[in-house]
Design a protein around this ligand. Sequence first.
Ligand SMILES: Cc1cc2nc3c(=O)[nH]c(=O)nc-3n(C[C@H](O)[C@H](O)[C@H](O)COP(=O)(O)OP(=O)(O)OC[C@H]3O[C@@H](n4cnc5c(N)ncnc54)[C@H](O)[C@@H]3O)c2cc1C
Length: 462
Amino acid sequence: MRRGLSGFFWLTAYLVVIFAPLFFMLVRPIPSGRDFVTELSIALGFVGLTQMAVQFVLIARFKRVTAPYGIDLILQYHKQIAVVAILLILAHPVLLMIQQPWRLELLNPLRGNWASRFALLSVLCLLLLWGLSAFRKQIRMNYEAWRLSHLFLSVLALVSAQIHVALAGLYTNTWWKHALWIAMSAFFVGVVVWLRLIKPAQQRRQPWRVTAVRPERGETHTLALEPVGHSGFRFHPGQFAWIKVDASPYTIDEHPYSFSSSSERGGQLEFGIKELGDFSANIKNVPVGATAYVDGPHGAFSIDRYPATGYFFFAGGVGITPFMSFLHTMADRGDPRPVLLFYAGKTWEALTYREEIERLRELLDLEVVYVLEEPPEDWEPPKPRVRALGAGTYVLEPPEEAHKIEEGFVTADILRRRLPQESIHREAFICGPAPFMDAVRDALLEVGVDAEHIHMEQFDLV
Ligand SMILES: Cc1cc2nc3c(=O)[nH]c(=O)nc-3n(C[C@H](O)[C@H](O)[C@H](O)COP(=O)(O)OP(=O)(O)OC[C@H]3O[C@@H](n4cnc5c(N)ncnc54)[C@H](O)[C@@H]3O)c2cc1C
């Protein structure tokens, strides 16, 4: 309930801020003598610009703001709403040029005035910002380079747009309206300063120490950290943190990883890191004793958030990590609720944490179905056993299986075979590669699980 209320509060605050410039436009003195299209274009520009500025707050990882929704959802919103904001901002010059075609000349920086030059600079930055974000993977732009350019271009776009507003002078024609715009810009740039300078300075005072780097199955390493000079923090199983390892707290080379350890041991953190690119491949070279910085906990993907009588977990590949945190936490809590884990991977040998999961089965009411693209060679599809009841009657009994293994990908057929019908109301959690998550969600919907009981965690935020 409290989470619902604070979610409502932040949503209302968001809408008030976005539309505030429209109210300020209505406060006298109002510039006179302009037609409806010009007024509309200015209104759209103001709303788009404020929306763009609020983006800085959305990505600043303020826990109070993100807690009701989860930062992952907010980052998805950030991506989608940026397109709307850019379209609104672009509508401003486009409408003006349709209304007064002579303004096309202002596209030439040599012909325009300073107000139009800053507008042009802002629009060019925004278009570049959008292009690099939409096509980063296609043009093979390194994630860190993209991140730096994203920060630089967005600050430049915002500052030049604010200078354009100030120089154009419309609706900033009183000292207080002028001051309000400057205060707004200063606030949003201040948020960036906080995120990039002040927060890292705080992290420097709360370092972590690498206590182990353990190789695991499936080209994965477990990175274990302990707090140095502080007591760590509490997190919910399934949450994640941005980590910087063996580097300055000011580096932009930080990466998000789900906790794989129990939330009941908040002082000790573990992450399962799969070798994918430069940062993750280098984890195995990090020496024990190296310093790390942890920005967390974040995220809303947690069994603590969705209490239920039991759970279905669906892990694809390294997407097993948040489920390890769920299982370890449930074991530490002595949680008796039944769990059915579907763990999909390429081969039996490459299933990260396989042995650990089998050990956890002894502590929990945990059933595991392994869904393998390439099952072991000696494996045969399980056949139900026929048991004679006498008098010519027979019943089919489930096959005896050392490990429950299915071949291929998770499908509705597999779920029909493996999900106990009476427990279809359990909460379902999915984490893994995007196609895996889509396939599992569709299969769950097909066998009758309500969409509101399905929760997904994306490992790809950008
Ligand atoms: C919420 C969340 C939880 C995650 N949990 C795990 C986990 O438990 N185990 C695990 O192995 N992986 C996890 N990941 C994925 C992990 O963050 C990326 O694989 C890792 O950052 C790759 O970095 P790299 O430099 O090794 O690879 P690169 O080759 O640089 O990147 C590979 C791809 O990973 C993505 N990526 C790179 N850096 C970042 C970054 N800083 N932030 C977001 N995405 C990035 C990009 O899409 C990039 O194209 C998680 C991601 C998210 C968003």
